[in-house]
Design a protein. Structure first.
Length: 486
DNA sequence: TGGCGCTTTCC
DNA sequence: GAAAGCGCC
């Protein structure tokens, strides 16, 4: 019997732009019914977008890749704009579909509840599947029944739980409906940036889409993972990390697939450390589910009283990579050029914004969201709060990164700095992280004029650190240097 | 997934 | 004089 005459299933793609380990898709295929695949460009609302500029670039290419992958299986990707409930009920009528399958995305639970509620009442059969995380937050509770607020016990609980479920393979065939509904044209969505100087290099670094994700995974498992634990902290090393984060953010690969593929390797400390990073992502989602305002409100409300002070000029210097601290500037310029920043440098640049400039972490969170191709609603928010000290299991506020020492420790030869701050390339290694301490002759020989070809430091780190710690002491009510003998 | 100032220990 | 240890922010 041809499947053409059965009512199709609507398959709603969101941030699960993959065929592999896609629960909703594989179940739809197994039903034997034809499948109508749709991606909806929704108006902004709580829990739903908007994507930042870098991710719009990514989405464009990822949808392109998904459409091609579906075409290979004899199907099509239908693009529609509008409110999801309206688009889906319209499509159901057009195609005579009687069911909607989709995968759960925790950051939009509230929005989905409304959408699904509206559709259910119109008689559509709705099935939800999982795949965004290794473990469902609802099943992960502490002994006393609450949500985990500390990473280590969370990790131990996962270990005790045993291996996550195995991924399911991509369907070999995705039955097409008798006729396809109309699709909007991807180019009409104008997702590619119009700024001529931006995103030109993204395509050299990244290949959005499922095939690109699997290439990155394969490359990483072949070698870099064997020295992951120590190499991951050195931004100058180009092949030390997995670079899977944007693919995970768009669901082009599932965490279960990644985990599963590491099972073929000997469980060395390096492999386990990589798995722990995957679980940090899980932990962030668990925090977000427990505290949906993670991106806008201090998790620890003591920080509500913190005296942030916003300087437009300093914020602008930070975003442009013109702070005068080479490791900070290299990171911010990498972000602009590649839509990405090395993890170690994310911590350094975030610490600089929050503690040296005393700018509210939310400003940094927003900038990263707009410029990172891997911006993730849970990871981005929880990690900014981690650095600020306001988050769950966060780094204490008084742990202030020294941008000079961090640079010297993790980028000892200045390879990373020189890659993104070319005006410092001729400077001897000794001064690469502290050009402002280099003697006049040394700067001259390197062709550097501080304040002209490269900025002088916009703040003095030592003084800035003291100010931040004093503000912190005020907020936490500690007296700082009071001597009880006085 | 720090840093700093201070002291002690090492050579 | 450098390295290592410690308490504190």
């Amino acid at each position: 019997m041809s499947s053409d005459h059965q009512p199709p299933i609507l398959l709603w793609f969101r941030k699960d732009l993959r065929l592999d380990d896609n629960g909703a898709l594989s179940q739809a295929c197994e039903s034997g019914r034809p499948v109508v695949c749709v991606y909806i460009r929704e108006p902004k609302q709580d829990g739903i977008g908007p994507l930042g500029g870098a991710q719009e670039w990514w989405l464009h290419h990822s949808l392109d890749a998904l459409a091609a992958a579906l075409a290979d299986k004899g199907n099509r990707l239908i693009l529609r704009s509008g409110e999801a409930a309206k688009v889906l009920s319209g499509l159901a009528k057009e195609t005579q579909a009687e069911a909607l399958f989709y995968n759960r995305h925790y950051e939009r639970d509230a929005a989905d509840k409304d959408i699904v509620g509206a559709l259910k009442s119109s008689g559509l059969e709705i099935k939800r599947f999982r795949g965004q995380l290794l473990h469902d937050p609802e099943t992960m509770k502490t002994g006393s029944g609450g949500a985990y607020r500390v990473y280590s016990p969370f990790w131990r609980a996962l270990e005790k739980d045993g291996e996550p479920r195995d991924p399911v393979s991509a369907p070999s065939k995705i039955a097409a409906p008798g006729s396809f509904p109309k699709s909007e044209a991807l180019k009409d969505w104008s997702l590619l940036p119009t700024k001529p100087d931006w995103a030109t290099e993204f395509g050299r670094i990244w290949q959005p889409g499922e095939a690109g994700a699997h290439k990155k995974l394969k490359r990483f498992l072949k070698k870099p993972i064997q020295t992951y634990k120590s190499d991951r902290d050195h931004p100058g090393l180009e092949d030390a990390t997995s670079l899977l984060s944007p693919h995970l953010a768009f669901g082009e690969i599932s965490p279960a697939r990644i985990w599963h593929e590491t099972k073929g390797l000997e469980a060395t400390n390096d492999v386990i450390h990589f798995r722990k990073e995957l679980v940090w992502r899980e932990f962030s989602y668990h925090l977000l589910v427990e505290f949906p305002k993670l991106a806008t409100d201090n998790w620890n409300d003591k920080f509500d009283a913190f005296p942030w002070h916003f300087s437009k000029a300093q914020f602008s210097a930070w975003t442009k990579g013109m702070t005068g601290y080479p490791i900070v500037d290299a990171g911010m310029r990498q972000l602009w050029r590649h839509g990405y920043m090395h993890n170690r440098v994310r911590m350094i640049t975030a610490s600089f914004l929050i503690k040296d400039l005393m700018i509210d972490w939310r400003k940094g969170e927003e900038w990263f969201k707009d410029t990172l191709v891997d911006a993730d609603p849970a990871s981005n928010a929880s990690n900014w709060q981690w650095v600020a000290g306001s988050g769950a299991d966060a780094s204490p506020f008084f742990r202030v990164f020294n941008p000079i020492l961090q640079g010297e420790k993790f980028d000892p030869d200045g390879d990373y700095v020189c890659r993104f701050v070319p005006e410092l390339r001729k400077l001897p290694k000794k001064y690469i992280h502290r050009p402002f301490e280099a003697p006049k002759e040394v700067l001259e020989r390197a062709g550097i004029k501080l304040g002209e070809t490269y900025p002088k430091p916009i703040v003095n780190h030592g003084e800035a650190r003291d100010k931040a710690l004093a503000a912190y002491a005020d907020v936490t009510g500690r007296s700082g240097d009071a001597d009880p003998r006085d």
